[in-house]
Write a protein that binds this ligand. Structure first.
Ligand code: FES
Ligand code: FES
Length: 203
């Protein structure tokens, strides 16, 4: 039996009011945003999949992904480049650190669509010709890892640091790695490894 406040079509008044309220709030929020995009000449994309072209480790990568997909997910889930890990997924641990146009970024907090046309490097592309990058080698030589989950992010942060400061001071190392966390507590060995690396060239 229909409740007394049901509308003739069987939709309850409470649900009808709820849905129209949500719709009007959504319209209030979305309409100005769409208007702003139109005014600025920005092209609206999504929410469905769109073509995204990335340059990763010197190779062109053509993907079909939703605009909301992060760089980390695009590489891990769509390109099988799983070297960098997802720790916190909110820009707090550094496990996902990659280098974009020479600057380290949290790839979990960077949209893939926003880094089109840029040079992206992740840990999968560091070794070449069967040889580890000097930073990777130093982490091995100094035994600078335990579980290893944070290591790809630390390695990329260290590469970014050493490309800017080939002979970093302890303070520069601390600052360069301060966005990365190692829950196993290998910081002293990581610092030792980074201090031992010489002659890193800009990538
Ligand atoms: S996974 Fe990106 S900062 Fe933690
Ligand atoms: S080696 Fe385990 S979190 Fe760093």
């Amino acid at each position: 039996m229909a409740a007394k406040d049901d509308l003739p079509n069987g939709v309850s008044r409470r649900n009808f009011l709820k849905s129209t309220g949500v719709a009007s709030v959504a319209a209030t929020i979305i309409a100005p945003a769409a208007g702003l995009a139109a005014q600025s000449g920005a092209r609206e994309v999504g929410p469905g999949e769109v073509p995204v072209r990335l340059n990763v480790n010197g190779r062109q990568l053509d993907l079909m992904i939703e605009p909301r997909v992060t760089l980390l997910d695009a590489l891990r889930m769509r390109a099988d480049l799983t070297g960098n890990k997802r720790g916190c997924d909110r820009g707090a641990c550094g496990a996902c650190t990659m280098i974009v146009d020479g600057r380290t970024v949290y790839s979990c907090s960077t949209l893939a669509i926003d880094v089109q046309g840029k040079q992206i490097r992740n840990v999968d592309g560091l070794a070449s010709g069967g040889r580890l990058h000097p930073v990777q080698q130093a982490f091995c030589d100094k035994d600078a890892l335990m579980c290893g989950f944070c290591t790809p992010g630390f390695v990329m942060a260290s590469v970014g640091l050493l490309e800017q400061h080939p002979n970093p001071t302890p303070e520069q190392i601390r600052k360069g790695l301060d966005g990365n966390i190692c829950r196993c507590g290998t910081f002293p060995r990581i610092f030792e490894a980074v201090s031992s690396v010489k002659g890193v060239q800009r990538g």
